[in-house]
Design a protein around this ligand. Structure first.
Ligand SMILES: [Zn+2]
Length: 81
């Protein structure tokens, strides 16, 4: 029985659930050794790498996220001058 799953809002078809599981395990293995911060970059000290700053909503109803003005929503800054 084929497996149909949504991945990043796309419908993906796998022949079997075993094939889906092997794809997920290999993807997790590939990502296991990827550094959280790339070389020659540092986490943004303004948003602490969260890429957003919460500010009061314009209508006064709580707080809403805005892209960080220091890193422009990237979450990191380059150290190369
Ligand atoms: Zn930032």
């Amino acid at each position: 029985m084929p497996a149909l799953v949504f991945e990043d809002s796309l419908l993906v078809r796998y022949s079997t659930w075993l094939e889906w599981r092997e794809a997920k395990v290999s993807e997790a293995t590939r990502r296991a050794n990827v550094p959280l911060v790339e070389a020659d970059t540092v986490q943004c000290s303004h948003c602490w790498g969260q890429r957003r700053i919460f500010a009061p909503a314009p209508n006064g109803e709580g707080v809403v996220p805005h892209p960080c003005p220091a890193c422009l929503g990237r979450g990191y800054l380059t150290t190369i001058v």
